[in-house]
Design a protein around this ligand. Structure first.
Ligand SMILES: NC(=O)c1ccc[n+]([C@@H]2O[C@H](COP(=O)([O-])OP(=O)(O)OC[C@H]3O[C@@H](n4cnc5c(N)ncnc54)[C@H](O)[C@@H]3O)[C@@H](O)[C@H]2O)c1
Length: 339
């Protein structure tokens, strides 16, 4: 007998930390956690099985298919935007090849169980692309179906995988005998930059905001790698996790799309720096611009329009910039770095 479970890939990442904790608390389900690296000790006790391995290892995927019946797959594993620019081929392998493999696992599972497997895919504002600042500023807060011209490997990977998910849900094997059956219930969110109190990001290009805050809380100097006026949307990690659990529990008939924008606040680097200084007046935060990373951020929208998520699955963030800092980030960071 195959054991009922849910699968989380990339489980030891920033988002995996929050998601494992939330799903463990909410659901009476067995979590199977897969990551290249061992899970942090605090998470190990919350999962049914921890697998240290690569999503590109086909024998591991087949083993999972043989041992478990997955109700849902949360496919978080990826190489993030900065890392992907340094290693584009590896990024394509993991971000596209790995996603294809997980989609095929979901199809196999959906086919044998006779019900579609829910598949969560975290996409990114990197799927958007502007040629320069003028175009970015003129566009303002953009909806899902415009300006999808990514100029980064990561953005290309994410956009293609959104399309793959849509294809697998609606058109997979449409010329075959199973042509009117749906094996996957694919749901995706395009996240803005995410700020967590528990983990410091690495290898992303929106990292300047969380890095600035963590450095200030630790009492370390920080050089922001983008200009003062640089603006993209952000949200807190608890809101990101809340969004994942909300879209995954929404009735299928309420969802008019497979991919949704969400956002909470969109401060410029300097506005955020000023807010950090209010809480950490001694913080030493300067600017040392890295032109190449700046160009990547300049190609991303200054904000997104998340009205579809608000309408369809009643998305509403708990944290704005003010209460996100006051009630969540600053108290938790002060506690974490108090020694
Ligand atoms: N953090 C953000 O600001 C943000 C924004 C938008 C989208 N996302 C997306 O959310 C997801 C999770 O992001 P995160 O912030 O937790 O990233 P992260 O880098 O902290 O975590 C990714 C995890 O995936 C694992 N991983 C990488 N390659 C793997 C492989 N081949 N096999 C198995 N595991 C592998 C890594 O070890 C890591 O633990 C990613 O898909 C990311 O693209 C994140």
């Amino acid at each position: 007998m195959r054991k009922p479970a849910i699968l989380i890939t990339g489980a030891n990442g920033e988002m995996g930390h929050g998601l494992i904790t939330a799903l463990h608390a909410r659901n009476n389900v067995s979590i199977v956690a897969l990551d290249l690296n061992p899970l942090d000790k605090a998470l190990s006790g919350l999962v049914y099985e921890e697998l240290i391995g690569n999503i590109l290892d086909q024998s591991l995927i087949e083993q999972l298919n043989g041992e478990y019946e997955f109700d849902a797959i949360y496919h978080l594993a990826a190489l993030l935007s900065t890392r992907a620019e340094f290693s584009p081929r590896a990024a394509h392998d993991v971000n596209v090849g790995g996603t294809l493999s997980l989609l095929n696992l979901a199809v196999e599972q959906g086919r044998s169980r006779g019900v579609p497997v829910k598949f969560f895919f975290p996409s990114s504002i990197a799927v958007y692309g502007f040629s320069g600042l003028d175009a970015k500023n003129k566009a303002g807060a953009i909806p899902e179906d415009s300006h999808r011209n990514p100029s980064t490997m990561y953005g290309c990977n994410k956009l293609y995988c959104e399309h793959l998910g849509h294809y697998y849900m609606h058109y997979f094997q449409r010329l075959g005998a199973d042509n009117n059956r749906c094996f996957i219930d694919f749901r995706s969110i395009r996240f803005p930059g995410i700020i967590s109190s528990k983990t410091i990001p690495s290898a992303g290009t929106s990292d300047y905001i969380p890095e600035m805050l963590h450095a200030a809380a630790k009492g370390e100097p920080y050089q922001c790698f983008v200009r003062e006026d640089t603006q993209i949307p952000f949200m807190t990690m608890p809101d990101a996790i809340f969004a994942i659990t909300s879209i995954m529990s929404a009735p299928a008939e309420d969802l008019s799309r497979t991919v949704y924008n969400i956002r909470s606040f969109a401060p410029s680097a300097e506005v955020f720096r000023q807010r950090v200084l209010e809480y950490f007046p001694q913080a030493d935060i300067g600017y040392h611009i890295t032109e190449k990373r700046q160009k990547m951020v300049d190609s991303w929208p200054l904000d997104t329009d998340d009205s579809k998520a608000r309408e369809d699955w009643r998305w509403k963030p708990v944290h704005g910039l003010d209460n996100g800092l006051k009630d969540y980030l600053v108290p938790e960071l002060k506690e974490m770095y108090k020694d």
